[in-house]
Write a protein that binds this ligand. Structure first.
Ligand code: ADE
Length: 227
């Protein structure tokens, strides 16, 4: 999968994309992530990427021309052809595991990190296919949301996680939260691991885990059971 990112802070990404599982996925060429500095596409000595809103009001908006130039340069003037353009903004559809799975199926995406008080509306009209939010709160920009999306998507790409099953049983994948897990020691200060887990009876273990998943979900996220 290829992911292009348009941002005014490319430096924010390197520490995150250069560590751990994403780093390994890039090295193994499971994922091709390319960062594009929006300022490179801006005009004038100050390379301005924002401006005041017509009609007045607080804050600044991201200008349409630099974004248009960046998208045209990255995707060609006629744009896209199999590339989905996503704008990270609190106005977008809330990202969940289902959406992450859909995005992970795509061959190519282009992420635009919004900033300031928003973007010129023509950006949406001209080249945004979908708007994505990572939650109902407002961050200073779309960079962290982009990284959240990339992280969630990358780990679903086949061959990225060591154990191919590691995302089958985890939280949300079956509409339920994950069951409790334990590792050694089996007794820590009198807190013992549930007996069934050390019984070696795999049918019993599966049954216990299913039941626990349901119990945990009912307690912590009853809203998931209604879906
Ligand atoms: N930009 C600022 N806040 C955001 C959010 N919650 N999701 C996506 N992009 C954002």
């Amino acid at each position: 999968m290829r992911i292009d990112v348009i941002t005014i802070f490319p430096g924010m990404f390197e520490p995150v994309l250069g560590e751990s599982i994403i780093k390994r996925a890039r090295r193994k060429r499971k994922i091709d992530i390319r960062l594009h500095d929006l300022r490179k596409y801006a005009q004038g000595k100050h390379r301005k990427v924002d401006d005041k809103p017509f009609g007045g009001g607080p804050g600044m908006l991201m200008k349409v021309e630099p974004l248009f130039k960046a998208v045209s340069d990255i995707l060609g003037v006629r744009k896209k052809k199999g590339c989905k353009v996503l704008l990270l903004t609190p106005q977008g559809k809330r990202l969940d595991q289902k959406k992450v799975r859909q995005i992970a199926e795509l061959k190519r995406i282009l992420l635009i990190c919004g900033h300031y008080e928003g973007v010129d509306e023509r950006v949406r009209k001209l080249f945004v296919d979908e708007e994505i939010s990572i939650g109902d709160y407002v961050l200073t920009g779309g960079e962290l949301p982009s990284m959240v999306l990339i992280d969630a998507v990358v780990r679903l790409i086949p061959g990225v996680l060591g154990d191919e099953n590691s995302n089958v049983s985890e939280s949300f994948e079956g509409g339920l939260l994950e069951y409790p897990q334990y590792t050694r020691p089996s007794d820590f200060r009198g807190l013992e691991v549930p007996k069934v887990l050390v019984s070696g009876d795999h049918n019993k273990i599966d049954e216990w885990r299913r039941h626990q998943s349901f119990k945990v979900t009912k307690k912590k996220r009853p809203d998931l059971l209604k879906k």
